[in-house]
Write a protein that binds this ligand. Structure first.
Ligand code: CDP
Length: 243
């Protein structure tokens, strides 16, 4: 192994990971970005990979239950993630900016269907692990602490009541200029919870060593403050914060 390759793989192994798992609309995305900013870390929004795959399936007329074709599509996804000036992530699929269409509820629903297929999850594993780069990573998803980064140094499982999550998603969609119905969102969140927790592979559950945070009565600022406090007491993160 060359010196350069050795140095790069050592940095990958050593890069600390903070995982943030939890059910749909629990506020993970907002919190993950703020934590990444505070720590100076990279961020992985793993849900967007499942969303991109659902969209690619639509573009290529692949049905959402065709596991072998979806696996091939997942292994060859032509997608780029980049930060824009406003700190938003820009996502380009096959040359087209799909950042906005990815956020629709329809896309989230399709993502949840493809995410239930074991071969699809396997095909996206290395792509997710490749986000682990120095100085560190905040990884947001369902199975970050259980499957993708089991050796993460701090694992948070963020949850909130269905009603509160429906309200949050409702406000978020209106802010982004989408139409939304609170009742339909609650039903959808319940269905998504059911599918995410009941699937056979990588079901949504806290890792044994995760800290569970119920954010029903907390603002995003409260959640970030609490996790930063935990980070200060986590050796590989605390050292960084004091530096
Ligand atoms: O939070 P929300 O469900 O709206 O969206 P997301 O985090 O972008 O994830 C979209 C879908 O992908 C979820 O409903 C999950 O079913 C699935 N997902 C997953 O299975 N594993 C992950 N690590 C991330 C997302």
């Amino acid at each position: 192994m060359s010196r350069e390759v050795e140095k790069r793989s050592a940095a990958k192994v050593a890069a600390p990971v903070l995982t943030l798992d939890g059910p749909t609309a629990s506020g993970k995305g907002t919190v993950a970005h703020r934590l990444a900013q505070a720590l100076g870390f990279h961020v992985l929004d793993s849900g967007s990979l499942y969303r991109v795959l659902a969209l690619a399936a639509e573009h290529h007329a692949v049905s959402l239950d065709n596991a072998p074709a979806l696996q091939v599509l997942a292994a060859h996804l032509d997608v780029q993630f980049s930060g824009d000036a406003a700190g938003e992530t820009r996502i380009v699929l096959e040359g087209e900016d799909v950042s906005k269409v990815l956020r629709t509820e329809a896309c989230g629903r399709s993502a949840s269907l493809v995410a239930a297929l074991p071969d699809v999850r396997l095909a996206l594993l290395d792509r997710q692990r490749a986000f682990r780069e120095a100085p560190g990573l905040v990884a947001d998803g369902r199975d970050m602490g259980t499957v993708v980064f089991p050796d993460a140094c701090l694992k948070i499982f963020l949850t909130a009541s269905v009603e509160e999550r429906a309200q949050r998603r409702y406000r978020q969609l209106l802010d982004k200029g989408f139409d939304a119905s609170l009742a339909a969102l609650s039903d959808d969140i319940r269905a998504r919870d059911e599918r995410d927790t009941q699937r056979s592979v990588a079901p949504l559950r806290p890792a044994d060593d995760a800290i569970v945070l119920d954010s029903t009565d907390m603002t995003a600022d409260d959640v970030v403050r609490r996790i930063m406090e935990l980070a200060r007491h986590t050796p590989s993160l605390g050292r960084r914060l004091q530096a």
